[in-house]
Design a protein around this ligand. Structure first.
Ligand code: ADP
Ligand code: ZN
Ligand code: MG
Length: 499
């Protein structure tokens, strides 16, 4: 069979760290970045005789995320012990959910592809600690590992897709789309560097058209969207090469070496853990009142796909603009606040936000404000609207408007209290358009008088030279002459000129 006769089958298991004040079974703070082993207690260190107490806020966050993903939240779910021995797991088991998960049967509409990904199940569990193979600060530790238990007991929601993804691009789209849901719902801070989102990718190949699943390899612990895509691409190539040689894919767990860009075997099916799951005896079944689930459902914010459709419909934006604006809830908030201040210009404002605002934030830093708080932006949305209105009414040329806005942005980055008046700044910078017809006529006559050769050519039929004269007037006016008046003034001056 040829390479094109195979299709990839991919399922993702994503561990999302839920945003809560405290851990899932104890009162320790759920926080990243503290000194190692300072956010720990007898419960999350697994001391004998301690008992877990379920954190209600963690459950609510799990329900919220499950509902946002369209899943059915079960009124009753069961915690289970997943037993294995590892240095980062002081109890010797992880409290998770197994055959009775919190929620099932969700779906996530992708952003870049026109389809939804099915989600099989979503379950609550606790995170393990973290092994460090380098000294804090980066020194070598030959033959030694350190362990930080701060992360033990961090609440996680594991989200498992059906094997319904078909490419590395779709997998990356899924993760980015999921990330948008996390930030929109406030269920996780979604910070990849801090491990808030970790992914295992299951990959197999099968003949195109086959309904039977091939043997899969599972690549563990991918902590960036790019690594997920690269690991999947590598697996597809590796498995295709095996199949092409008439060999079989063996079922195994692999790791991704990001420096070399390859996956490597970790353990085979024979070495697979037997987790000996059994119901957690120290926690009762999790029983949810319907009213609690309903209240969380009723309070869900507008989700990215709904907002995309609404922005397109309400403001006449195309799919690309709607996608860019909803990539971050705060960006869409900023845009909508600007449109509220200047309702006649939804498309111009979309262009400004997706081009200028994003570029300035990237180049100079600064913020666009938190959710529903575009007034706290480096340059508030209302000020963007004022600037665009000055361009719209001809006070500023487009390029002068951009200079004014960029200057505002830079000044506000340097000094959060810097003045926010685009009209005053345009005057200060000498950027206000000149619409004085006499002044423009004078510049036009000067341009004509100074360039007799071009005048003759123009008169001789080379009418394209009007562009040259416009350039001369713009130069003389330092870009301030109103373009709509310059053309007319030049025609008059050229007609009047003596050849
Ligand atoms: P396991 O028992 O190995 O944990 P599961 O059936 O629980 O496997 O599935 C774990 C993940 O692997 C899910 O995301 C699922 O969609 C995916 N998956 C299962 N079988 C395959 C396969 N043959 N190819 C690709 N992905 C698969
Ligand atoms: Zn604790
Ligand atoms: Mg499984």
């Amino acid at each position: 069979m040829a390479r094109s006769d195979y299709e990839a089958v991919i399922g993702l298991e994503v561990h999302v760290q839920l945003k809560t004040e405290t851990k899932i079974f104890c009162n320790c703070p759920n926080r990243f970045g503290a000194q190692p082993n300072t956010l720990v207690c007898a419960v999350c260190l697994g001391y004998p005789g301690t008992l877990p107490v379920l954190n209600r806020a963690a459950v609510d966050q799990g329900i919220r995320l499950a509902l946002a993903l369209g899943a059915t939240v079960h009124r009753r779910s069961i915690f289970a012990r997943k037993n294995y021995f590892y240095a980062d797991l002081p109890k010797g088991y992880q409290i998770s959910q197994f055959d009775r998960p919190l929620a099932e049967n969700g779906r996530l509409p992708l952003t870049q592809h026109d389809r939804e990904v099915e989600i099989e199940r979503l379950h609550l569990e606790e995170d393990a600690g973290k092994l460090l193979h380098e000294a804090p600060g980066g020194g070598q530790l030959p033959g030694t590992s350190l362990v930080d238990y701060n992360r033990c007991g961090t609440p996680l929601l594991e989200i498992v897709t059906t094997p319904s993804l078909r490419s590395a691009e779709e997998a990356q789209d899924y993760l980015q789309s999921l990330h948008q849901v996390l930030t929109t719902t406030g269920t996780s801070d979604g910070n990849m560097e801090e491990g808030s989102l970790r992914c295992d990718a299951n990959v197999s190949m099968r003949p195109v058209g086959s309904a039977v699943l091939g043997t899969k390899a599972e690549v563990k612990n991918l902590n960036s969207f790019r690594f997920v895509a690269r690991a999947i691409e590598y697996e597809i190539e590796r498995q295709c090469a095996l199949l092409d040689r008439g060999e079989r894919v063996v079922q195994e767990t692999r790791t991704f070496d990001s420096e070399r860009g390859v996956t490597q075997p970790l353990r085979s099916k024979e070495e697979a853990h037997d987790y000996r799951y059994f119901p957690e005896p120290d926690l009762p079944p999790l029983v949810l009142a319907a009213a609690r689930v309903d209240a969380i459902a009723a309070a869900l914010p507008e989700l990215p796909w709904t907002r995309r459709a609404r922005l397109a419909a309400d403001y006449g934006l195309d799919a690309d603009d709607a996608r860019l604006l909803t990539a971050e809830p705060a960006l869409a908030d900023y845009y909508e606040a600007a449109v509220a201040a200047l309702p006649a210009q939804p498309q111009a404002l979309a262009n400004w936000v997706t081009n200028d605002v994003l570029k300035l934030r990237k180049e100079h830093g600064g913020a666009i404000g938190g959710a529903e708080d575009s007034a706290s932006a480096t340059v508030p949305a209302a000020t963007l609207a004022q600037t665009v209105a000055l361009v719209d009414d001809g006070t500023l040329s487009t390029s002068a408007g951009k200079t004014v806005f960029e200057t505002l942005w830079q000044r506000r980055c340097a000094d959060a209290d810097a003045a926010l008046d685009p009209a005053a700044l345009a005057a200060e910078l000498g950027l206000v358009q000149v619409r004085d017809a006499d002044q423009i006529a004078a510049w036009a006559r000067e341009a004509v008088a100074a360039n007799p050769k071009q005048v003759a050519q123009y008169r001789g039929g080379k009418t394209k030279l009007i562009g040259f004269f416009v350039g001369q007037v713009m130069r003389a006016s330092r870009g301030r002459a109103a373009p709509d008046l310059v053309q007319a003034a030049l025609r008059d001056a050229l007609d009047a000129a003596e050849v």
